[in-house]
Design a protein around this ligand. Structure first.
Ligand code: V47
Ligand code: SF4
Length: 395
């Protein structure tokens, strides 16, 4: 799988269709491509050409490294004031008996469960609940750091912040400053969905707007935080909507440079209001990763989130521009198992993640949230002592 064709050979041998020669040359000359060209790639380029081009860029940016981290999730609640049509995970407040709300102590117990385990990040994300306020979360973050000062807290989507800050009657800047003061260190990429306003109105009309999502990330970057960006694809959007979404992120990245990673999220259709919408094929998923890698020229990393697409597609994605597969997770997220992912209990120990990456002849590298390298596992020999274990606290 590692052996990819030299992109120049494709051109020399006349293997590139006439209508794609100009754009292929541009990509190989490392020039930025624009809206019409992005749409053309989606519409006309076949999987093999996209793979060769995306691979060329991935190699230039990240050589043969594949990044992962050791992390776990805390999902404070799945009760939510919003009702996004694609969401299988949340329940409305009036359905409280079907959901959960963790107390502060329960969340701290999750952190304590990792006492002797070398995780570096906790990813906190959940539904939007009116009782979980800015003060509550500031207090939670402080307490997490009292238990584990070096654990990186990547927390809360822009959607959660937008609601939390309005309720607390503070500006985005002030709200983020308070969270940073309490221990927030970066922001995950959720809640972006698809930025086109008409489409957003159809699938998640009641939560924060695209402009508000972008403003929160911009302010976070100005305050020195890094963040990620997602795109929910494979539902009712067109290729033009995907490129529009990428354009808005690419423009902001030009200004701030604050995004770490772009994470395309495949729409899963189990048990939600959009269950009638068929899911994309794996071929389409790979084409989407590849175009993302080509188009998002100012993003260093493209992540395939393995709990959502499954381990095999995550392996395949590494030949289509992806250089990051997130982390060990430790069965601590329910978002995707509830939406129909093949991963029912997403959990891999470090050895399993390393083997997954080595099977496709890439160099596994453990990183922290900010992509500082913790350990290169290319020539690492696991021993029973060094093998990471999990606390199975949810089993
Ligand atoms: O915003 C919800 C998505 C996101 C479905 O930043 C769905 O490192 C597909 O953003 N089918 C939350 N997707 C998760 C998220 C995330 C995940 C992993 C890593 C990072 C990171 C961020 O999950 C939501 C929404 O776009 N989502 N329901 C569904 N049925
Ligand atoms: Fe709530 Fe997020 Fe689900 Fe939308 S995607 S309903 S905001 S939990």
């Amino acid at each position: 799988m590692k052996e990819m064709r030299n992109p120049l050979d494709l051109l020399r041998n006349g293997d590139v269709p006439k209508n794609l020669i100009g754009i292929t040359e541009k990509i190989l000359e490392q020039k930025r491509i624009h809206t019409e060209e992005g749409i053309l790639l989606f519409e006309k380029a076949d999987l093999s050409l996209l793979g060769v081009l995306a691979n060329f860029i991935r190699e230039r940016k990240n050589q043969d490294f594949v990044y992962f981290n050791r992390n776990f999730h805390i999902e404070p609640t799945n009760l939510c004031v919003f009702a996004c049509a694609f969401c299988s995970y949340s329940r409305l407040l009036k359905q409280a008996e079907q959901g959960w709300v963790l107390s502060k102590e329960q969340m701290l117990d999750r952190v304590r469960a990792y006492d002797s385990i070398p995780v570096t990040e906790v990813h906190i994300v959940g539904g939007v609940h009116p009782k979980l306020t800015l003060d509550f979360f500031c207090d939670l973050l402080k307490s997490i750091h009292e238990i584990r000062p070096n654990l990186h807290i990547k927390g809360f989507t822009a959607v959660e912040y937008d609601y939390m800050f309005r309720k607390a009657k503070v500006s985005v800047r002030e709200g983020l400053e308070r969270m940073i003061e309490a221990g927030l260190e970066s922001i995950p990429g959720g809640g972006a969905e698809i930025f086109d306003e008409a489409l957003r109105a159809e699938i998640c009309g009641d939560k924060c707007t695209s402009a508000e999502w972008l403003e929160i990330h911009k302010t976070a970057h100005e305050l020195g935080l890094k963040s990620n960006a997602t795109m929910l694809y494979g539902h009712i959007e067109t290729y033009a909507h995907r490129i529009d979404h990428m354009n808005r992120l690419r423009d902001l990245q030009d200004i701030t440079g604050g995004f770490n990673t772009f994470i395309p999220l495949k729409f899963r259709n189990k048990d939600n209001e959009m269950s009638h919408v068929p899911e994309t094929t794996v071929i389409e998923d790979l084409r989407n990763y590849a175009v993302s890698r080509i188009y998002m020229d100012n993003f260093d990393h493209i992540k395939a989130y393995w709990p959502m697409i499954g381990r095999s597609t995550a392996q395949l994605s590494l030949s289509f521009g992806v250089d990051d597969i997130d982390g060990t997770i430790d069965d601590s997220t329910k978002i995707y198992s509830m939406a129909g992912s093949e991963e029912k209990n997403p959990q891999m120990n470090t050895r399993q993640l390393v083997e997954l990456i080595k099977q496709v002849h890439r160099h596994p590298v453990e990183r922290d949230t900010l992509y500082n390298i913790i350990q290169d596992y290319s020539n690492y020999e696991f021993t029973p002592e060094s093998e990471a274990f999990t606390p199975n606290h949810l089993n």
